[in-house]
Design a binder for this molecule. Structure first.
Ligand code: SF4
Length: 193
């Protein structure tokens, strides 16, 4: 769908330079999705893997974040291999909706209620990022954290449209449960990609 060099805006790697590859296509269907234009794809969006790897390398990035959409709908084996051959780190941001195919240095699992993650993701997740849309999501977050391999980094991030209501609750929750950390969508505050 798009690719660009920026700083990772959220999660553990917030503030790190990263080349983003946003794959088109998503079958998860979050009603609050802020990239609904990523749900579909067309033939004219196709890029070859070598070109993506060249562009990422040429940008100066050390990290490539593969996101979506829902990137796990694709077999990413050849893409991650090409990126590794260029000496780049491969990160993925996924709802874990489909089997993970590819070699990733960092797996950020962000479960969605609309299409829950496959069980295999709990053993490979390096980072668990829960989007908090309402109060009941704290209990839902704990359910996922319990299933994760330790020590997955556990992050709470307010859904953007609910951030005024949810961040005060997130702050209180993290003070009471310091194993969690707060994730802010800094790129949205700074209005960068
Ligand atoms: S998984 Fe991501 S891209 Fe897909 S609907 Fe949910 S927020 Fe949007």
């Amino acid at each position: 769908m798009e690719h660009f060099y920026t700083l990772q805006g959220e999660g553990i790697y917030a503030g790190c330079a990263a080349y983003f590859v946003r794959l088109a296509g998503c079958d998860v269907g979050c009603h609050w999705c802020d990239v609904k234009e990523s749900w579909t794809y067309s033939e004219n969006q196709m890029m070859d893997i070598a070109s993506i790897a060249e562009l990422a390398t040429g940008s100066g990035a050390k990290i490539v974040v593969i996101t979506g959409g829902e990137p796990s709908i694709y077999d990413l084996t050849l893409l991650t291999r090409a990126l590794h051959e260029k000496g780049l780190r491969t990160h993925i941001e996924t709802a874990g909706a489909h089997p993970l195919k590819g070699d990733f240095d960092w797996v950020c699992l962000s479960p969605k209620k609309f299409l829950p993650p496959l069980p295999e993701y709990y053993s490979v997740a390096d980072e668990l990022k829960i989007i908090v849309y309402n109060k009941s999501d704290f209990a839902w977050a704990e359910e996922h954290a319990e299933k994760c391999r330790k020590p997955a980094q556990c992050m709470l991030q307010a859904e953007w449209g609910e951030k005024e209501k949810m961040y005060p609750l997130i702050i209180d929750y993290i003070q009471e449960h310091p194993e969690w950390r707060m994730s802010l969508q800094t790129h949205k505050y700074l209005e960068i990609p």
